[in-house]
Design a protein around this ligand. Structure first.
Ligand code: 5GP
Ligand code: ZN
Length: 109
């Protein structure tokens, strides 16, 4: 089976703008950002969606998302949206679990 695009990003086989990395997680800028600073937080291990994800990884990735949200605030975000699309019908396009962390700047529609 062809390996998924986010697994390739974790391995460095596809370039990305890395924001954060630790043993279990990787965070990088979205290639097609909703707003400047739109970040994706992913597990290094491949899981398709939240239903497959071990609970300790869910909580770890939420902690990382919080860290990134605080960083975005320091860089001027007035608010932050955190969202997850699970399944094609929910708008998931890349089937490697990811959390969208999107800075908001007020009046940015
Ligand atoms: P989804 O709709 O699955 O929740 O979102 C997938 C996200 O991954 C989209 O926002 C899309 O722009 C982003 N994306 C897809 N391919 C790549 C890629 O190769 N590199 C990066 N940095 N982001 C990607
Ligand atoms: Zn993957």
């Amino acid at each position: 089976m062809e390996e998924c695009i986010f697994c390739k990003i974790v391995k460095g086989e596809i370039p990305s703008e890395k924001i954060f990395e630790d043993e279990k997680s990787f965070a990088f800028l979205d290639i097609n950002p909703v707003n400047q600073g739109h970040t994706l937080v992913i597990p290094k291990e491949h899981f398709e969606n939240i239903h497959d994800l071990p609970e300790e990884i869910v909580s770890h990735l939420m902690k990382v998302s919080k860290k990134i949200s605080s960083g975005l605030k320091k860089f001027g975000a007035k608010g932050v949206n955190i969202s997850i699309n699970n399944g094609k019908d929910a708008g998931q396009v890349v089937f490697h679990f990811h959390i969208h962390v999107i800075p908001r700047f007020g009046n940015d529609a």
